[in-house]
Design a protein around this ligand. Structure first.
Ligand code: HEC
Length: 94
């Protein structure tokens, strides 16, 4: 019993380290961007192109993009660098 808990903890940490900048997005957008955040409040971001993801993240940062829930994404985009955004788009976008 105890062993399996330790194993789950180690596996959990492993996937944390891999995903880094995208990790804090997973809870809402899904591991691969496959979920519409908060029950259909966002697009399924893995269906967006890389360029669309970059444009929307920059738009959240400068206040030119977003819908009813954009306050949430302003919060989640504001500390990302351009390199972080490109990395996320590369990983998630099509
Ligand atoms: C607390 C939940 C939550 C977290 C965490 C979160 N998002 Fe979002 N995201 C949303 C919601 C809700 C929207 C739709 C906002 C709106 O109305 O514009 C959204 C929209 C987006 C969009 C644009 C999709 C569209 O509908 O136009 C992208 C791209 C995106 N998020 C990427 C990210 C990335 C990358 C991260 C991590 C750095 C992240 N999100 C973290 C909830 C979240």
């Amino acid at each position: 019993m105890k062993k399996s808990i330790v194993l789950v903890a180690i596996l959990g940490l492993g996937s944390f380290a891999m995903a880094d900048v995208y990790q804090k997005c997973v809870i809402c957008h899904g591991k691969d961007g496959e979920k519409a955040a908060l029950v259909n409040k966002s697009k399924v971001i893995k269906d967006m192109t890389k360029a669309e993801i970059v444009a929307s993240m920059k738009g959240y940062q400068d206040g030119t993009y977003g819908g009813a829930m954009k306050g949430m994404m302003v919060e989640h985009s504001k500390n990302l660098s351009e390199a972080d955004i490109n990395e996320i788009a590369e990983k998630i976008g099509k």
